[in-house]
Design a binder for this molecule. Structure first.
Ligand code: ADQ
Length: 467
């Protein structure tokens, strides 16, 4: 890469610890090449930030801008998390359309583009992350930037039908076409993105697989995200010396999620209850569910929190005994090294998302296992991870009996079958870790066709003038 790498994400890492796969992957990519990471500062201000604040210079510079309180509500909780999040997670019924959300989303993207344009050199590569910034490349182009700009969407690509719920659905394809490369988690996501372009009369498919959209050329490819396998394995093995003690019951399954309606936690609880009704005599396994609440100001998140408390209460009411609480439901964040230890001790892990870009918990659970005596991953076939981890126990997250049967199967699975399934999943997790994900994306971004449909600069003409 000739110039610097400029990474843009909604949040910028501001402190020590709490590093998930994404942060680690981007940190490695930036530390290797040098560059800049730009994102919003965690605390909202009275007014939108019109400048970038330097947070650090080593080993790469981190620059933050402030969102105003109004933007937190309308851009972040509003358009990003009450329109785009449900839309991409196949819940158009939860979409809340409001003019002020739409206006704030566009104006934040415009302002962030201006801030980036103020520091970008012509040979810098810009890598934009996630649904908060669909229109960012279009805004950067409007500022006159011709740089290579890539986009990675961490969540599922919406279906064509769901897109029509947007007030101006035609903007969506146009926004994406301003990127040189659109990276998605799975082949299924790529298929949905191409379906959207195919249905759009402004798009044309080129012989080399790229999409020509008006005067622009864009490429759409899948780059399944991975985790930092070695560090997770190290944590899990090192912590093994420290017994879990009262932190975990003797025989348990684990679920770890941000508390979100897309993660399918109610059906997981109901399926565990169904399993308990029919379990073999004398077995008393527990489900340890760790799910810190998120985005609580959004009604749908408030509702799912209440629903889960109700189901958990019923389940423990029906099955608990004096010395056995079947469901332990914890609303806190757990430090990563303890999480790795809890994964290693669990006989199974339940990932039952109704829709999920990838689901890193599934990969972390596989990495944390002892290969000699591994637990079993029960994985929703609607999570992106299922495309790679086909030797997990794949379940339909809408089918409670299917999940209950998988729990029974996991708890009674003979050792050779557990080892075989685990070895197959681990090989896939290792083959595609966080660092190789970032490398693969940046390599492709550096070779995909440039922005313009015709070298020489159709860009100098106004949109549509030549069409
Ligand atoms: P998320 O929806 O946040 O990510 P996921 O991929 O599972 O979902 O990542 C969650 C991360 O947070 C994992 O690293 C997990 O260990 C950690 N975590 C969750 N609960 C925790 C807790 N209580 N304590 C400590 N750590 C916790 C989005 C998309 C996913 C996609 C990722 C990355 O929704 O589909 O896989 O981005 O692209």
């Amino acid at each position: 890469m000739a110039g610097r790498l400029i990474v843009v994400s909604n949040r910028i890492p501001t402190g020590e610890g709490g590093a998930g796969g994404l942060i680690v992957a981007l940190h490695d990519a930036l530390a290797g090449t040098g560059g800049v990471w730009i994102g919003a500062l965690p605390d909202a201000a009275d007014a939108p930030g019109e400048t970038l604040q330097a947070l650090s210079e080593e080993p790469y510079s981190r620059l933050g801008y402030t969102l105003s309180q109004e933007e937190m509500e309308n851009f972040y909780l509003g358009f990003s998390n009450s329109v785009l999040w449900p839309l991409c997670h196949r819940r158009p019924d939860l979409v809340e359309l409001r003019l002020e959300y739409d206006a704030s989303y566009r104006s934040v993207n415009r302002r962030v583009a201006r801030l980036i344009a103020g520091i970008a050199d012509p040979d810098d590569t810009i890598w934009v992350h996630d649904y908060h910034f669909f229109p960012l490349a279009a805004e950067l182009r409007a500022c006159g930037l011709h740089n290579r700009i890539g986009f990675f969407l961490h969540i599922p690509f919406p279906s064509l039908g769901d897109l029509s719920v947007l007030a101006q659905p035609e903007d969506f394809a146009d926004w994406l076409a301003h990127y040189n490369l659109v990276g998605l988690q799975t082949q299924a996501d790529v298929a949905r993105a191409l379906e959207m372009f195919r249905a759009d009369p402004r798009a044309e498919f080129m012989m080399d697989g790229t999409v020509k959209f008006r005067d622009r050329i864009t490429s759409v490819r899948s780059f399944p995200i991975g985790i930092d396998v070695e560090s997770f394995q190290r944590d899990a093995a090192a912590e093994e010396e420290r017994p879990l003690g009262r932190e975990a019951p003797e025989t348990y399954l684990i679920g770890v999620d941000r508390l979100d309606y897309s993660k399918g936690i109610p059906n997981r609880f109901l399926a565990f209850g169904r399993y308990l009704e029919t379990r073999p005599h004398g077995e008393r396994p527990c489900l340890l569910q760790i799910a810190p609440p998120s985005r609580e100001k959004v009604q749908a998140y408030h509702d799912i929190t209440r629903e889960l408390e109700e189901i958990a209460g019923h389940l423990n009411g029906a099955f608990a005994e004096l010395d056995w609480t079947p469901l332990r439901y914890i609303h806190r964040n757990v430090p990563r090294h303890r999480l790795a230890r809890l994964f290693r001790g669990a006989r199974g892990c339940l990932v039952t998302s109704y829709a999920d870009g990838m689901n890193l918990v599934a990969k972390e659970y596989v990495a944390a296992q002892d290969p000699a005596d591994p637990g079993v991953l029960i994985l929703s076939r609607l999570a992106g991870a299922a495309e790679e981890l086909s030797d997990a126990l794949l379940v339909n997250p809408y089918d409670i009996d299917d999940i209950a049967n998988a729990i029974e199967q996991a708890l009674s699975m003979p050792l050779p079958e557990r080892q075989r399934r685990h070895a197959s999943c681990l090989a896939k997790v290792k083959a595609n870790d966080a660092a190789s994900w970032a490398r693969a994306f940046l390599n492709v971004l550096s070779v995909v066709p440039g922005t313009l449909a015709w070298p020489g600069g159709i860009d100098q003409f106004a949109d549509g003038e030549l069409l």
